[in-house]
Design a protein around this ligand. Structure first.
Ligand SMILES: CC(C)(COP(=O)(O)OP(=O)(O)OC[C@H]1O[C@@H](n2cnc3c(N)ncnc32)[C@H](O)[C@@H]1OP(=O)(O)O)[C@@H](O)C(=O)NCCC(=O)NCCS
Length: 257
C-alpha cells in the first residue's frame, strides 16, 4: 500500500449546520464574513474529515465528523485531531471551484509536514501570467505545450506549473508568502495506468521535491513530498473528480448574513 491516500468531495457532501465542526473550527468560521471563504473553509474541512473517517473505516455521519478536527498551525498549515488527540495522519488540504481534496500520509510513514497538495482547474492563463510567475525553463515548457497541444495545452501547462508550485510551497509551509519563482517545476508525461505522472520541484538551496500530478477532466491535481513515495491510493467514498463540474456557487450570495 502507498504511504499516502487521497480523497475528493464536492459541495454536495458538506453536511448542513455546524454540529460536524469542533469548537475551534466554529470559532475560525465565525470570523469569516465572505461566503467564498466560508464555503471553501467548510469544503476543505469536509474533505479532510471524510478522508480520515474513510482511513479509519468510520461511517461519515455528522457525529463522527464532529470527532475529527482539521486545525491550523500559526502559519496556516493544517493538522488533524481525533477526539482531541493527534490523529497520526499527516494532512494537506486544497479546494478549487466547488471540489476539495485531502491528502493523508499514513501514520508513522513519514516525518510530519512532508506533503503538500493543490487542486486547480484548466482555466485561461495570459502570456503576462506566464511571464510574471513562471521561471524561464517553465515558460519554455508552456510554450512547447502550446506548440504540441494548442490552447488547451498552454492552459493545462500553465495551471499545472502553478499548482505544483503551490503544492511545494505547502511542503515548505510557506504558501504564497514565497516568490513563486523561488521553486522550479519540471513535469513528466503520464506513463502509468492509474493516471499519475511524475513531477519534480527544485527549491532554493538545492533541495528537490518529488511529486505527482494528474488531470481529471477540468481539474488538475498536484502533490509534492519531501521524500520519494508512490502516488497515493484513492480512499473509499471519494467523489469522482474526473466527472465533477467546476462551480462557483458563492457568486449568488457573496456576503454571509
Ligand atoms: C497555502 C496557500 C498558498 C494556499 O492557497 P490556495 O491555493 O488559494 O488555497 P488551497 O485551497 O489550495 O489551500 C488552502 C489550504 O492550504 C493550507 N495551508 C495554508 N497555509 C499553509 C502553509 N503555510 N503551509 C502548508 N499548508 C498551508 C491550509 O490547509 C488551507 O486550508 P484551511 O485554511 O482551510 O486549512 C495560501 O493560503 C497561502 O499563501 N498562505 C500563506 C499566507 C497567508 O495568507 N496566511 C494566512 C493564514 S495564517
Amino acid at each position: 500500500m502507498s504511504q499516502m491516500r487521497w480523497f475528493s468531495c464536492g459541495e454536495d457532501a458538506v453536511p448542513p449546520g455546524e454540529a460536524w465542526l469542533v469548537a475551534r473550527e466554529r470559532e475560525r468560521l465565525a470570523r469569516m464574513r465572505f461566503t467564498k471563504r466560508r464555503s471553501e473553509y467548510l469544503l476543505r474541512r469536509c474533505a479532510g474529515k471524510r478522508a480520515i473517517a474513510a482511513a479509519l473505516d468510520l461511517a461519515p455521519e455528522a457525529a463522527t465528523l464532529g470527532r475529527i478536527a482539521m486545525l491550523n498551525a500559526p502559519g496556516g498549515a493544517p493538522y488533524a485531531e481525533v477526539d482531541g488527540a493527534p490523529a497520526g495522519f499527516d494532512v494537506s488540504l486544497t479546494d478549487r471551484a466547488g471540489q476539495a481534496v485531502a491528502l493523508l500520509g499514513e501514520p508513522g510513514s513519514m516525518p510530519s509536514g512532508s506533503l503538500g497538495i493543490d487542486l486547480e482547474i484548466v482555466e485561461t492563463r495570459s502570456a503576462g501570467f506566464v511571464a510574471d510567475f513562471l521561471t524561464p525553463p517553465e515558460q519554455q515548457w508552456v510554450y512547447a505545450e502550446r506548440e504540441r497541444a494548442g490552447v488547451d495545452g498552454w492552459d493545462a501547462a500553465a495551471n499545472l506549473i502553478w499548482s505544483a508550485k503551490e503544492a511545494a510551497l505547502k511542503v515548505l509551509r510557506v504558501g504564497l508568502r514565497a516568490d513563486t519563482r523561488s521553486v522550479v517545476v519540471s513535469v513528466h508525461p503520464v506513463d502509468r495506468e492509474d493516471g499519475w505522472g511524475r513531477l519534480a520541484i527544485a527549491a532554493a538551496g538545492g533541495a528537490t521535491f518529488p511529486g505527482w500530478w494528474r488531470r481529471d477532466g477540468a481539474f488538475l491535481l498536484t502533490m509534492a513530498t519531501r521524500l520519494p513515495v508512490d502516488p497515493p491510493g484513492l480512499l473509499p467514498g471519494s467523489a469522482d473528480l474526473a466527472g465533477a463540474v467546476p462551480v462557483h456557487s458563492w457568486l449568488a450570495n457573496p456576503l454571509h448574513h
